[in-house]
Design a protein around this ligand. Structure first.
Ligand SMILES: [Zn+2]
Length: 196
């Protein structure tokens, strides 16, 4: 009996160790494949009015239009976590979405944004990350995980949009259309080595 238990325990340790090695290997591969891009040196905009975006060009021109042929969820998505963020999907039990899921290309800018918001005493709220289907239009970059929607109750959205811009997102849109909850939508370019 004791021998059986020992054997079982050994097998368990073996399996767990194997999984850990696989997880670490996946992480390393990802970091090699997608080194976190340096945050661009940006000036704080004087103002960021509602329903405007930076740069003042279409999102597709700046972040690159959606291309699901070059997108591979298993390869391109990561799970982002930070205790300082309020995640909508962790607080909404009626939806199966996971707002922690996003393209690895978002990581650098989002990490910087959390720091900036936290330093101002705010809590960043993430309402949407990767979403394969549902509420977005067919060309939405959320379908590739290259967009996130954020708000912050402790500051005007125009202020949050400015912080999103200096955090390094490629395209930042202060979206405040009627009938939709106002938020800041940020998107990033697909990494160059993503094309294959
Ligand atoms: Zn959005």
């Amino acid at each position: 009996m004791f021998r059986e238990k020992t054997l079982l325990l050994s097998a368990l340790v073996f399996v767990v160790a194997g999984v850990l090695v696989a997880v670490v290997a996946t992480k390393c591969r990802r970091q090699d494949e997608y080194p976190m891009p340096p945050v661009p040196d940006r000036q704080m905009p004087d103002e960021f009015p509602a329903n405007t975006h930076l740069p003042n060009k279409p999102e597709g021109t700046i972040s690159g239009s959606i291309d699901l042929n070059s997108f591979s969820p298993g390869r391109d998505l990561m799970r982002f976590d930070d205790d300082r963020i309020w995640w909508e999907s962790d607080n909404d039990r009626n939806d199966t979405e996971d707002d922690h899921s996003m393209h690895v290309a978002i990581e650098g800018a989002l990490r910087k944004l959390v720091e900036l918001v936290d330093a101002r005493g705010g809590t960043l709220e993430v309402h949407e990350g990767y979403r394969a289907d549902g509420i977005h239009n067919p060309r939405s970059l959320h379908k590739e995980g290259r967009a996130i929607d954020v708000t912050c109750d402790q500051m005007p959205l125009g202020e949050l949009a400015k912080l999103c811009w200096i955090s390094g997102f490629d395209w930042v849109y202060y979206e405040a259309r009627k009938g939709k909850g106002a938020h800041v939508h940020c998107s990033v370019q697909r990494p160059v080595n993503n094309e294959r």
